[in-house]
Design a protein around this ligand. Structure first.
Ligand code: PAF
Length: 297
């Protein structure tokens, strides 16, 4: 494949790869002036079928489809996997091309966060529970990079996976609070045939850990079954969900929580719209999954 790295006007007949922020901004202005919609899928790369679902939907919703690949250093904690985060650019380019991406934007950390960088975007209450409690500073990093990417790519619509449910809620809140002119679309979790939610981090799992990791979706299915047969007590639902995970010796629960799907407030009585969110460590690998009662699995 011959991917060009040039600033070429639209329409494009070949996917472009852009590294520079000013090139990306200049490219984004053309469709804006011509009244053409930009659809945007921000990622950290190592793309899988979940990302492909976002790209395919983005292709339908925009005249120009932009994918960003940027492993954002400021959303990783000190002991997290920034250095080992999986990368495979050639494979990512191939999948992006197959999904009809027009522009792949791959900025460098040095250009995104030059010496002297001091500004951050911080979203309050909604970032405090769940992953925000175990990963302090994580959502500030996400909110900051997404704000920067929105200013660079200037999308009309941006697509995110519901697997990172809290991230999506934070981005929706931030976009509304800051009056950013971007429509935020959440797309359903894509699962492997056996139920494991797709994630770039699944590539860290050994074959045995991959089997152990099925306890997350098993626990969610158990909670959904109980909800479907009328159980509404969060205390009971939580006990039963935890019990499924605790049967798996390789699994260590970070959190199992039931919250309202909009503001992420705690609930004692579940209803249609309640979010069940899980974070579980399999060995050193932290996996998340979730479901919303009343919605498809
Ligand atoms: O979900 C991700 O891949 C990242 O958190 C995001 C949204 C691209 C921000 O770096």
């Amino acid at each position: 494949m011959n991917f060009q790295q040039k600033n070429i006007p639209f329409p494009v007949d070949q996917m472009k790869i852009i590294n520079s922020i000013v090139h990306m901004q200049a490219l984004a202005i053309a469709p804006e002036r011509e009244g053409r919609r930009i659809a945007f899928v921000p990622t950290m790369g190592f793309l899988h079928e979940g990302h492909a679902s976002l790209l395919r939907e983005g292709r339908k919703r925009g005249d120009v489809l932009v994918l960003s690949i940027f492993v954002n250093p400021i959303q990783f904690g000190v002991n997290e996997d920034l250095d080992s985060y999986p990368r495979d650019m050639e494979r990512d380019f191939k999948l992006a091309d197959e999904c009809g991406v027009d522009i792949v934007f791959i900025p460098t950390a040095a250009e995104m966060y030059p010496a002297g960088f001091q500004t951050g975007v911080s979203v309050r209450d909604i970032t405090l529970p769940l992953c925000g409690a175990s990963r302090p500073g994580h959502f500030d990093g996400v909110a900051t990079v997404i704000t920067k990417l929105f200013n660079i790519v200037r999308p009309d619509v941006a697509l995110f996976g519901c697997k990172d449910y809290q991230q999506l809620a934070v981005i929706r809140r931030m976009t509304a609070d800051l009056n950013l002119p971007v429509e935020i679309v959440g797309m359903p979790i894509v699962r492997e045939a056996d139920g494991l939610a797709m994630s770039s981090r699944n590539s860290y799992l050994s074959a045995a850990q991959r089997q152990s990791a099925l306890c997350l979706s098993r626990a969610i299915k158990r909670a959904r079954e109980l909800f479907a047969t009328g159980e509404r007590s969060v205390a009971v639902l939580e006990r039963e969900t935890r019990a499924v995970i605790e049967q798996e010796s390789a699994a260590a629960i970070d959190y199992v929580e039931f919250r309202d799907g909009a503001m992420l407030h705690e609930q004692e009585v579940a209803d249609s719209g309640t979010l069940l969110a899980l974070a579980v460590k399999i060995g050193q690998i932290r996996l998340i999954d979730n479901t919303v009662f009343g919605e498809a699995f």
